[in-house]
Design a protein around this ligand. Structure first.
Ligand code: SF4
Length: 338
């Protein structure tokens, strides 16, 4: 009996990776899809690993393994050997990290190669011909990394040379147009797939700045800190003091649930308004008062002269009432809007 060839495919949930799995399966290859999750991309807002696995199977009959990349991601993000893209996105090292992990899975499961949905010229940093070569080399996968959508435009890989995969049935897609992928979706009867969204917050200029600030100011960063970077308006002082002001009801709930133990929640009394989350390195009542003034500025009490703000220490639950005047002007107080 002929041995079934196994492969591991990086799965993002987008059309390109779905297609790659279908292309390989149509050649009789047994494909194990692996999805990497982290607070930066494909975060928990998409659901628990169990939900992701169930969705992949229900929608596309894809067998999925979900791997959390958070822990190794932080040290890489602080100083990626191949640098950042336009924002804080270390795309080349991010891909290398994922592929190194996928290589381990390949070895563990007896798969012979790895496939990705990468398309030459689709992304400015990680999907250029030269960087694709670097990614293949630095992940230790020389010859074993197949990009079926662009394979005919790339040097032949071992799976093609060895006849595990039929190169002639692969594709020569390049660039940012989605037309050929959509035609392939028709061919493989893939009716439901997410639009190509920028699912990675490291490419977002505003959130990138906040994460960069946290990486610089905090000794230890955790997934919840990154989740906080997605929430509210951020105000920072030169000494690392930080205020986040929610923008709506949902963000109020998010701030409350994410509030780290060493921080203080600020709530305007007697008027509807946003919550603030304040943190400073040491006791600093002057900055706490300024933070309360800023929070008032976004509340219904913004035109009042004297407003009470409840300051609750998250860790101890200790409460204080501060009386302040809403602050409209940030100039001259050493605080900036991130
Ligand atoms: S966009 Fe984000 S997830 Fe994608 S390769 Fe770049 S850093 Fe990684």
């Amino acid at each position: 009996m002929m041995e079934t060839i196994k492969a591991v495919c990086l799965f993002s949930g987008g059309l390109d990776s779905i297609l790659v799995i279908k292309i390989l399966e149509s050649q009789g290859i047994d494909v194990k899809a692996v999805m990497f999750v982290s607070p930066f991309f494909e975060d928990r807002s998409l659901g628990s690993p169990a939900t992701l696995i169930e969705t992949a199977w229900k929608k596309w009959q894809i067998t999925l393994e979900v791997v959390d990349l958070t822990e190794p991601y932080f040290p890489m993000l602080k100083s990626p050997p191949h640098g950042y893209g336009k924002n804080l996105n270390p795309c080349i090292d991010c891909k290398i990290l994922m592929l190194k992990k996928a290589k381990k899975l390949m070895e563990k499961t007896g798969a012979r190669f790895i496939a990705t949905g990468e398309v030459i010229g689709q992304r400015p940093m990680s999907q250029r011909r030269d960087t694709m070569r670097i990614i293949e080399r630095d992940s230790g996968l020389e010859g074993l990394l197949l990009r079926p959508l662009s394979a005919k435009l790339l040097p032949e890989t071992i799976p093609e040379r060895e006849g595990w995969v039929d190169r002639e049935s692969l594709y020569d897609i390049s660039g940012r147009s989605r037309a050929r992928q959509m035609a392939l979706a028709e061919k493989f009867q893939i009716r439901e797939y997410p639009s190509p969204a920028g699912g990675c917050i490291l490419t977002d200029p505003v959130i990138s700045k906040r994460i960069e600030y946290m990486l610089k100011e905090q000794v230890e960063i955790q997934a919840d800190d990154i989740a906080l970077c997605r929430v509210g308006r951020h105000f920072v002082w030169d000494d690392g003091t930080h205020l986040i002001v929610a923008r709506n009801q949902a963000e109020n709930a998010r701030l409350t649930s994410l509030a780290p133990r060493g921080q203080t929640l600020l709530k305007v009394r007697h008027f509807p308004g946003p919550l603030g989350l304040f943190s400073s390195r040491g006791p600093d009542s002057a900055k706490l008062l300024t933070a309360a003034e800023i929070v008032c500025r976004y509340s219904k009490a913004r035109h009042e002269n004297s407003v009470e703000v409840q300051a609750t220490e998250v860790k101890s639950g200790r409460e204080r009432i501060l009386t302040v005047t809403p602050r409209w002007e940030l100039n001259g107080i050493g605080c900036s809007h991130l």
